[in-house]
Design a protein around this ligand. Structure first.
Ligand code: ADP
Ligand code: MG
Length: 411
């Protein structure tokens, strides 16, 4: 079949011809279809039966250009193959945290998946003042399982190298390389600055040679260290939550990179939200409640990740493919594991710094801060975020634990 972009009106007809949909829908004559893609890249359709809303799916289609920019920024539709493969891979590891894939169509660059009905995007929920007790436990579980099982600590060398090949994601990595690691530091036209943000605060980032060197190191790590299969875009807009459940969506940036990248992006988004909350209703009880939750959740995400990752490692090091069990034992194995976890922690802090700078100076801001109506209040959140980013980048080797980092945030 040849690619064509589907309109809302064409979705029922398309689904009717998909065998897997026969079991999901009693008929295709009365479907409600609405396009909700708030994202920058793709078209996302919510489909539900008008008479029985339980019959519902999501259709996501990639188009051969960057949606937010238009046809002038071409992108291959192949990214949908990667997204689909990553959804299936992560779902096999953590079925409780990923939507099920019902149907994938490579020619049409689309996927049909489980509709998360009682869930909403975490960023918006936090902005509305909601907090969720289990998010840290769920996201740390997702990260421990996904980052461990994609790595050489679990896979055989042959399987790992094959996976690196399958998940080579040239174009979307290039977006990250440009938008996270390069453009925020030059005066790229893709940047935009809050007019109330003092030039000094921008210069402190863009004209600091040591900081730029740290970003260079992290970019090089991103490009060269094929440690594990990353989600690649694990911010709080890629997480959907209900009171009891947490789902991760939108892994189109998946590729083999350094473990700390996913963790760092997530931590950065909690910190950005913390500054945004502070600027919205400073000192208010609701903002303070959310801020406390954000820091607690950030700390628990790392701590829960580290603990579960270590357990998985110890459970697998003597069987299977885990190389370390054969090469090291006893005290040397423990010393190696400790050094490994320190490195992942420091990488995470560094990548968190990069993400925070990008979200303040670069393309694709976060609503938490960018939607603060008063430009001066917004600028104070931005200045705080940039100060923390600077510390994360320059002092990441000095932080012993998340508690140290939380004191940097509060400073
Ligand atoms: P993009 O890649 O364009 O950013 P996303 O995968 O983030 O697209 O999806 C865009 C929006 O569609 C999400 O923010 C969410 O509101 C909604 N959405 C995506 N997948 C699902 C799903 N499985 N169930 C319910 N809503 C979804
Ligand atoms: Mg996306």
């Amino acid at each position: 079949m040849e690619f064509r972009r589907l309109t809302e009106a064409e979705i029922p007809g398309y689904l009717q011809d998909v065998p897997a949909m026969q079991a999901r829908f009693s008929d295709f004559d009365d479907l409600d279809v609405s396009e909700v893609g708030d994202g920058n890249l793709n078209f996302v359709f919510l489909v539900s039966h008008r008479r029985d809303p339980q019959q519902t799916v999501v259709v996501k289609q990639a188009v051969p250009y960057l949606r937010v920019v238009g046809q002038s920024w071409p992108l291959t539709r192949h990214r949908m193959d990667i997204e689909t493969a990553a959804l299936r891979h992560f779902r096999a590891l953590c079925p409780q945290h990923l939507p099920e894939v019902f149907h994938a169509d490579s020619d049409m660059s689309l996927v049909v998946m489980e509709r998360l009905r009682d869930h909403r995007i975490l960023r918006g929920a936090l902005l509305d003042g909601h907090t969720f007790d289990s998010v840290a436990a769920h996201l740390s579980t997702f990260m421990a399982h996904s980052l461990f099982h994609g790595s050489d600590l679990y896979l055989t060398p042959a399987a790992k190298r094959d996976a690196v090949k399958r998940f080579t994601n040239v174009e979307l990595c290039k977006i990250t390389e440009d938008l996270i690691f390069t453009h925020p530091y030059d005066d790229s036209p893709t940047n935009s600055y809050n007019p109330a943000l003092p030039r000094d605060a921008i210069d402190r980032i863009q004209r600091n040679p040591l900081l730029r060197a740290a970003v260079g190191e992290l970019k090089y790590a991103f490009m060269t260290r094929a440690e594990t299969l990353l989600h690649g875009d694990l911010h709080v807009g890629s997480v959907m939550v209900s009171e009891k459940e947490t789902y991760v969506i939108d892994p189109e940036f998946a590729f083999y990179g350094p473990m700390g990248f996913d963790i760092g992006i997530l931590l950065a988004n909690f910190f950005l939200a913390w500054y945004g909350q502070g600027a919205r209703a400073p000192g208010g009880a609701d903002a303070t409640h959310t801020q406390d939750w954000l820091l607690r959740t950030a700390a628990q995400c790392w701590d829960g990740f580290a603990q579960q990752f270590m357990q998985l490692w110890q459970a697998h090091e003597h069987g299977g493919a885990g190389f370390i069990g054969r090469d090291l034992d006893g005290a040397s194995a423990q010393a190696y594991r400790d050094a490994f976890m320190r490195q992942v922690f420091q990488d995470s802090l560094g990548f968190a710094g990069c993400e925070m700078v990008r979200r303040v100076l670069g393309l694709a801001k976060v609503a938490d801060i960018a939607d603060v109506a008063d430009p001066v209040a917004r600028a104070s959140a931005e200045t705080g975020a940039l100060r923390l980013a600077e510390r994360l980048l320059l002092q990441r080797h000095q932080a012993g634990s998340m508690q140290d980092v939380l004191t940097w945030v509060r400073a």
